[in-house]
Design a protein around this ligand. Structure first.
Ligand SMILES: Cc1cc2nc3c(=O)[nH]c(=O)nc-3n(C[C@H](O)[C@H](O)[C@H](O)COP(=O)(O)OP(=O)(O)OC[C@H]3O[C@@H](n4cnc5c(N)ncnc54)[C@H](O)[C@@H]3O)c2cc1C
Length: 380
C-alpha cells in the first residue's frame, strides 16, 4: 500500500459483489464521497461459487445504474429449473423471470470495473486489523476512514475485528464446485439434485451458456466432511459426471448472522452471514446488503440507517427462512414442497422467491403446502 494515505469517507474491505456494490451505492448517494476499496486479490480472480445469479440481484444493480447486459455478456439466460427432491419427487418448470449463470471470474471483475467507473479507488491490500480512534476507524494502523464496510467474505477479518463473533455451530455449509462440458444437460436449465443422505445436501448443474456448466455439491453438516467425501457424494448424485478439478469453500448461512452494524463498521454479504439457508444463494443478498450499507455509509448515522434499511428489505424474509431452515431439516417437507411446486405454477414461483429473493411463507403458500401434504400422503 502507498505511504501517505489521505482520509477516506468510506473504506470497503473486499471487492466481491457486496463490496463493489457498496462502493457504487455510496458514490451514487454522494458523488463527492472519497471511497477506497481494498481487496487481497487482483481482478479478474476466481471465487468458488455456483455462479447462479438471481434476477433480483440484477434488479438491485440496474437500479444503481450498472449495465446488467454487460455483466451477463457471453452467457445465456437460464429459463427453467429441474428439481429432484430427497425422496425422488421431480418437478421441472420455467422461472417467472430468467436467471443467469455468470462465472465469478467475469462477474466480479465487471463489478469492480463498474465501481472504478463510479469513482471508487481500488487497491490490492489484505486487511488485518481495525482500530477505533477519535471517532474514525483506522485500517491496519495506516488508513483512516469515517466508515468501514466489511465485505470480505466468509472468513471475514472485519467481522472478527469488530467483535461481531463467529458464526454459531451448525450454520456453516461446505461446498465444492468445478466446470465441465455442458453437453449432457439441456441448455438453459438449472438442475438441483437433493440428497436424502447427509441431508441437507444437494448437487447442482448450472449451464453457463458457453458450452460449459458449473457443477458442484454442498451440504450442511456438524462434522467437517473431507474433500474426498464431498467429491464422492457429488459423483453419486451426478453419476455421468467425469472426474474434474474441484475447489471448495464455506458458506455462512443466514441463521448464523451477527449484528450488521458495529459503531462505524458495517458488515455486508458473506461477512454478515447473508446466505440463504435453503438454497445457498448469496449473491442477491450480497449486492442488496452492499447497496444498503454503501448508501447508509454516507449518512450522518450509518449504523442506524443500515440496520433500518436492511430490516425493511430483508427482515421478514430472514425470519421466515430461519424457521424454514429448521423445518426443512425433515427432508419429507422438501418432498412436499417439490410436489406442491409441480402441482401449481404459483406455488413454484413463491418457493423460488423464498429461495432466490426476499419471499416469505405467506398464507397462499402455507395453504398450498398443506393441500400438497394432504394430496401426497404417501410421502414418508
Ligand atoms: C460452492 C459455492 C457455491 C455457491 N453458489 C452460489 C450461487 O450459485 N448463487 C449465489 O447467489 N450464491 C452462491 N454462493 C454464495 C456466494 O458465492 C456468496 O454469497 C457471495 O460470493 C458473497 O459475496 P461477497 O461479496 O459477500 O463475498 P466474496 O464474493 O467472497 O468476496 C469477498 C472479497 O473479499 C476479499 N477479501 C477477503 N479477505 C480480505 C481481507 N482480509 N482484506 C481484503 N480483501 C479481502 C476476497 O479476495 C474477495 O474478493 C455459493 C457459495 C459457494 C461456496
Amino acid at each position: 500500500m502507498r505511504g501517505a494515505i489521505p482520509d477516506w469517507d468510506l473504506v470497503v474491505v473486499g471487492a466481491g459483489p457486496a463490496g463493489s456494490t457498496a462502493a457504487i451505492a455510496a458514490l451514487r448517494a454522494d458523488p463527492s464521497a472519497r471511497v477506497l476499496v481494498l481487496d487481497a486479490a487482483d481482478f479478474p480472480r476466481d471465487k468458488v461459487c455456483g455462479d447462479g445469479v438471481a434476477p433480483h440481484a440484477m434488479d438491485v444493480l440496474a437500479a444503481l445504474g450498472v449495465g446488467v447486459a454487460e455483466l451477463a455478456a457471453g452467457t445465456t439466460p437460464v429459463t427453467t429449473l429441474r428439481l429432484l427432491s430427497p425422496m425422488g419427487m421431480q418437478t421441472r418448470r420455467s422461472f417467472a423471470r430468467p436467471a443467469c449463470v455468470i462465472p465469478r471470474v467475469l462477474l466480479d471483475a465487471r463489478l469492480v470495473h463498474a465501481a472504478r467507473n463510479a469513482g471508487a479507488v481500488i487497491e490490492r491490500h489484505r486487511v488485518r486489523t481495525l482500530s477505533r480512534q477519535d471517532g474514525t476507524v483506522l485500517v491496519d494502523g495506516a488508513v483512516r476512514a469515517r466508515t468501514v464496510i466489511g465485505a470480505d467474505g466468509a472468513e471475514s477479518v472485519v467481522r472478527r475485528q469488530c467483535g461481531a463473533g463467529a458464526a454459531p455451530a451448525g450454520t456453516i455449509a461446505v461446498a465444492l464446485r468445478g466446470y465441465t462440458s455442458a453437453d449432457p444437460w439441456p441448455v438453459g436449465e438449472q438442475r438441483l439434485v437433493m440428497a436424502a443422505a447427509h441431508w441437507p445436501a444437494y448437487a447442482w448443474v448450472f449451464p453457463v451458456g458457453d458450452g460449459t456448466a458449473n457443477v458442484g455439491y454442498g451440504e450442511l453438516s456438524r462434522t467437517t466432511p473431507t474433500r474426498a467425501e464431498l467429491t464422492t457424494r457429488l459423483h453419486d448424485l451426478l453419476p455421468d459426471l467425469p472426474a474434474l478439478p474441484l475447489r471448495g469453500h464455506r458458506l455462512p448461512l443466514s441463521p448464523g448472522r451477527p449484528g450488521v452494524a458495529h459503531g462505524r463498521v458495517l458488515l455486508a454479504g458473506d461477512a454478515a452471514s447473508l446466505i440463504n439457508p435453503l438454497t445457498g444463494e448469496g449473491i442477491y443478498y450480497a449486492v442488496l446488503s452492499g447497496a444498503l450499507a454503501g448508501a447508509a455509509a454516507v449518512t450522518p448515522d450509518p449504523a442506524r440507517s443500515y440496520r433500518r434499511s436492511l430490516r425493511h428489505k430483508l427482515g421478514r424474509h430472514l425470519r421466515h427462512t430461519d424457521v424454514l431452515a429448521r423445518l426443512t431439516r425433515r427432508p419429507w417437507l422438501v418432498d412436499i414442497a417439490t410436489a406442491a411446486a409441480r402441482d401449481d405454477r404459483r406455488t413454484f414461483d413463491r418457493l423460488v422467491e423464498i429461495g432466490l429473493g426476499a419471499g416469505t411463507l405467506d398464507v397462499p403458500l402455507t395453504t398450498a403446502m398443506i393441500a400438497a401434504a394432504a394430496r401426497h400422503r404417501n410421502v414418508p
